[in-house]
Every structure is written in structure tokens, then in C-alpha cells.
Write a protein that binds this ligand. Structure first.
Ligand code: 9MR
Ligand code: ZN
Length: 544
């Protein structure tokens, strides 16, 4: 009897696991915009499908699936169900006779508003140097003031001395603060503001007022720039510390319990160049709200830019005693971006020439695949989209052409991938961030040469992150279908709440099928500002 019961329990558990893993109808589990494509992916042989109104139980749409398409990296035959023609707002699910149904989703104009709000608040919840508080799904997420001793100057030649380096965001699942990674993050987030200001500004983020008079979205970015302004060496040279961290990673403790000494580290030319670009952008975007602060940013940008011009050699960052994040990178892309933003902000001819030379040396290339270590796209986009006079006509033309052909390539890749992933078969540490970041390639191309395929492909990236993927799981904590429960995030691991801190995109698999929702696996399941900034950009493109 006992054996029989345990056999039955085991069988039940097995079928439950099989069911949840099979998840037969994969789609963006948050939902769809009325006027844009709506596609589900079904890795099971099928023919007909229906869309059912979840509230009335009535069939509102039916169609035939197409396919299959076999894809090697997931080793699946996948059928597609296109219900783009269904435009009526409501709550629905897709039903495939004999196979099963999808999770419930919504069609609405503001379908991504809550996701954007939660993903943007994630930055506030990352704040260092102040207590934070947020609620989600009935849970409370809080930290106390942290890292108020940031930081020590032992590694920049002032043994034992301490200087104010408080504030900013923690970088990731660890509590370090890294200039280079702030670069790509803020760069993307300032662009999000530039491209989607009206939409982003409509959202009430419900964050504390830490920069009165600034729009809420920009207040959050200012929290980071306030900290960044503390990263140049105190000698006024313009050199910028590569990071501010402990020498090693802490265990899974709350930030307020992390009391090991943290140090300003040696400078690097990549960090210095990223600092220039960020400060030049900050000067532009903050100016309408606080001209004096904008000037402070611009002065800091000039000091560091002048230093770079006088010191053209690549100064690498050497870890030495440090075992925290390296973020070591060549600096030509960072210097190119710095020049572009300096020119856009000031119109300075030296910066323009600097940019155009560097762009030529980089073959005017636009990258499909980019992150903190390769920010040349940001510089190319700044130049291509600038209204300033004085550009070399052929340089501008080539860059604009490359932006368009790069977007065409992404359209083709997403078209080929059975789960609509514009990065197609490439997987590595943090690739979910890149998938989100590629929406910028597409949105910029769309500004240069409007094409609805660019927008539809950007939306495919969002669909992919929110469930239209091999796992039929959302990659963002607290949002969508079966979201990650065990991110590599010290707060999530150390607090008393079972569900992780909400709104964070995790790094993703190193192959199409090896992602694991396991806390120890930092290379698959960490959270990080550079991926998060890209994710906010991706969502911003689809706000009402
Ligand atoms: O995102 C970074 C990834 O591209 C690198 O391959 C990896 C190893 O150097 O580091 C990642 O960044 C981590 C950083 O070093 C420390 N904070 C957490 C970051 C996200 O995992
Ligand atoms: Zn902190």
C-alpha cells in the first residue's frame, strides 16, 4: 500500500514536472500590443489553434499553425501560430487541440507599462548609500543604508586615506561599482530618454524625490551620475578610477552587512573615456532641469577628455590584489564614443575630427553583438543621429548605410530563429542583455530609414525575453511566466523573502538549452545593470 502510494505520488510529481517543462505553447506571457504582431511557438506537431477569451471562455480567433521548422541548437521542430489579426484588448490564451494551452496574456495598449515600471524601479532598488524599499506581489524588499565608508584611496597612492565615493547603483548580484559597466548602461538609458522621452515620462515610477525638479526617470540616472562624479582622481588630472570595490567578492549577505573596506582602484583609459561620454550626455539631458549641475558634468567631461587627448595610449586596468569584476577592455571603442558625445554636446571641432578618424579606423562598423566591452555603436549612433552641421558627407553616409544593413541582418536572423531571437544561435555570459540591446540597433535604424520590420524585430526580442523561448519562461524576475526564482543576487539570496527581488533580467544560457535557474550559477543567472539598462530601453520602445 505504502509503496503504491509513493509510486502514485512519484508518478504525479513526474507528470507535473513533465507538464511544466513541456509548456506546450510558448509566447510573450505579458502580452501584445493591439496593432503589432502576435505569434506563439509550439514545439509539438499541430494544425489548428484557437484564441480563447479568458474571461468569457469564448473562442475569438482561430487559425492554422505553420511549420514545422527544425532548429538544431534547440533540437526541436517548431510550429508557429500567428494571431496578429486579433486586436481587441482583453485577456486571452491560445489553445492548440490535442496539445494544450498557453499561459494567460493580455492585449492592451499599455501592456508593457507595469513591466517597464518594475524594471526601471529595479535600478532604484539597486541604489547604494541609501535605504530602499519596494513591494511586489505582496512581498516587501528592503535594504538599509550601505557602503557609507566608500571608499579608500590606498590603490591610488594615498594609503589609508578615505574620500567620498558613496552612492550610485550596485553593479549586479555583487555590490561593487564599476565605471566601465556604468558606461554602456547609462549610455543606453540616456538614449532611451532621447528616443522615448514622452512615453517614459508618462509612467509614475513612485520613487523617492532625490533630485527635485527632474523628471523621475532622470532622477534615477542622476543617482548614478552623482556617484560617477566622485570617480575621477582627486588630483584634477581627469583620470578615472576603473572601479570601487572590495578586493574580493562577499558571500550572500545584504549590502548593509557588507562592511569590508572598498577601494577606489587605479584608473584605466576605457573607464576615463566612458566617463567622458556619460558626462557629456548628462550635461545635455540634465541641462533643462539644472543648468549648474549640467555645467559641472560638462566641466568634468572636458577635464577627462583633454587628459585622453594628451594621453592617447591604452592604459589597461590590472587587477593586482582585486578579484572582483574585471571589466577589462580595449579603449578604442570607448574613445570613439567619448569623442562623439563631446561633439554632440559642444560642437567642438577637435572632438568631431577625433570621432571621424576613429570611425574610419573602425571601418565605420556597426556591431550586431555588443555590450560593456564594445560601445562603438553608441558613438556611431550619436554621430549618425546628430543634427549638427560639419559632418563629412561620405562618413555620415557610410555609417547610416551600415546601421541599416546591420538592422537588416538582425531582421533576417530573428526571422530564421524559431523563437524570434535576433541574436540567433549565439549564446554567452549575459546574452539576454544583448538580445534586449539589439532593439536599439533596430530602433536607430528605424529612425534613419523607417521600416516596420525593424520595429517588429525589436518586439520579437521582447517576446523572446518574456516567454517566447525554448523554456517558455520569462527571464525577468517577478514578471511573466515562471520567472527566475534563484537569480545570482546577494539581496535575493540573503533576505527572508522566498521570491527574488523583482524586475531583473538574468544573463541567460551559454547554449540554447543550458540556462539554469540556480543561484550559484552566476554565469547563467546573475542580474546586472548593463543588461537591465538594455532591457529598459527595449521595453521603452513599446510604451503607449
Ligand atoms: O558581464 C560580464 C561578462 O561579460 C564577463 O564575461 C564576466 C567575466 O568577466 O563578467 C561579467 O560581469 C560581472 C562582473 O565582472 C562583476 N559583477 C557581475 C557581472 C555580471 O555577471
Ligand atoms: Zn551599497
Amino acid at each position: 500500500m505504502k509503496n503504491k502510494i509513493s509510486f502514485l505520488i512519484a508518478l504525479l510529481m513526474f507528470s507535473f514536472a513533465a507538464f511544466t517543462q513541456t509548456n506546450p505553447v510558448h509566447l510573450n506571457s505579458i502580452g501584445f500590443l493591439p496593432g503589432l504582431p502576435k505569434v506563439a511557438s509550439i514545439p509539438h506537431e499541430c494544425g489548428e489553434f484557437k484564441v480563447i477569451n479568458a474571461e468569457s471562455g469564448k473562442e475569438v480567433f482561430s487559425g492554422k499553425t505553420t511549420g514545422p521548422v527544425y532548429q538544431k541548437d534547440v533540437d526541436q521542430n517548431v510550429w508557429s501560430a500567428d494571431f496578429s489579426k486579433l486586436k481587441k484588448p482583453g485577456k486571452y490564451y491560445v489553445e492548440v487541440p490535442g496539445i494544450g494551452r498557453s499561459t494567460e496574456f493580455e492585449i492592451a495598449k499599455d501592456v508593457y507599462e507595469f513591466a517597464t515600471k518594475t524594471s526601471m524601479r529595479a535600478f532604484y532598488l539597486w541604489r547604494c548609500g541609501m535605504a530602499v524599499h519596494g513591494e511586489h506581489d505582496g512581498n516587501v524588499y528592503e535594504t538599509e543604508d550601505c557602503h557609507l565608508n566608500d571608499g579608500y584611496e590606498d590603490y591610488i597612492g594615498n594609503s589609508g586615506s578615505q574620500r567620498d565615493g558613496t552612492g550610485g547603483w550596485h553593479d549586479a548580484g555583487d555590490h561593487g561599482k564599476y565605471t566601465v559597466n556604468a558606461g554602456v548602461t547609462l549610455g543606453l538609458m540616456f538614449y532611451a530618454w532621447n528616443h522615448f522621452q514622452k512615453q517614459l515620462d508618462k509612467i509614475d515610477y513612485e520613487l523617492p524625490e532625490t533630485a527635485p525638479g527632474f523628471p523621475e526617470y532622470l532622477q534615477e540616472l542622476k543617482w548614478e551620475t552623482d556617484w560617477l562624479l566622485k570617480m575621477p582622481y582627486p588630483d584634477g588630472s581627469g583620470r578615472v578610477s576603473h572601479k570601487l570595490t572590495r578586493t574580493n567578492f562577499s558571500g550572500f549577505i545584504m549590502p548593509q552587512d557588507d562592511d569590508a573596506k572598498r577601494y577606489f582602484t587605479e584608473w584605466s583609459s576605457a573607464a576615463t573615456a566612458d566617463f567622458v561620454a556619460m558626462m557629456a550626455m548628462a550635461a545635455r539631458y540634465f541641462k533643462p532641469y539644472d543648468a549648474a549641475y549640467a555645467q559641472k558634468c560638462l566641466d568634468a567631461a572636458w577635464t577627462s577628455y583633454s587628459f585622453l587627448l594628451e594621453n592617447p595610449e591604452h592604459k589597461r586596468f590590472v587587477q593586482g590584489d582585486f578579484k572582483t569584476g574585471g571589466y577589462q577592455t580595449r579603449d578604442d571603442d570607448d574613445r570613439l564614443w567619448a569623442a562623439a558625445e563631446m561633439w554632440e554636446t559642444t560642437g567642438d571641432p577637435v572632438a568631431l575630427e577625433d570621432f571621424e578618424k576613429r570611425a574610419a579606423a573602425m571601418n565605420f562598423e556597426i556591431d550586431e553583438n555588443w555590450d560593456w566591452s564594445d560601445v562603438s555603436n553608441l558613438g556611431m549612433y550619436a554621430y549618425a543621429l546628430s543634427n549638427r552641421k560639419g559632418k563629412k558627407a561620405d562618413t555620415e553616409k557610410t555609417i547610416r548605410q551600415n546601421i541599416v544593413s546591420n538592422a537588416d541582418a538582425l531582421v533576417a536572423k530573428a526571422e530564421e530563429d524559431v523563437y524570434g531571437r535576433p541574436l540567433a544561435g549565439r549564446y554567452y555570459w549575459g546574452c539576454n542583455g544583448t538580445v534586449a540591446r539589439q532593439t536599439m540597433n533596430l530602433q536607430v535604424a528605424n529612425k534613419i530609414q523607417p521600416n516596420k520590420e525593424y520595429i517588429e524585430t525589436a518586439l520579437k526580442a521582447v517576446d523572446h525575453i518574456l516567454g517566447n523561448n525554448y523554456y517558455n519562461r520569462s527571464y525577468v524576475t517577478g514578471l511573466g511566466i515562471q520567472p527566475p526564482m534563484n537569480p545570482h543576487d546577494r539581496r535575493s539570496g540573503a533576505d527572508n523573502v522566498v521570491a527574488p527581488w523583482p524586475g531583473y533580467i538574468v544573463g541567460g544560457g551559454h547554449s540554447a538549452t543550458d540556462w539554469v535557474d540556480v543561484e550559484e550559477s552566476y554565469s547563467h543567472n546573475e542580474v546586472a545593470i548593463n543588461w537591465q539598462g538594455a532591457w529598459v530601453y527595449a521595453l521603452a520602445g513599446f510604451l503607449k
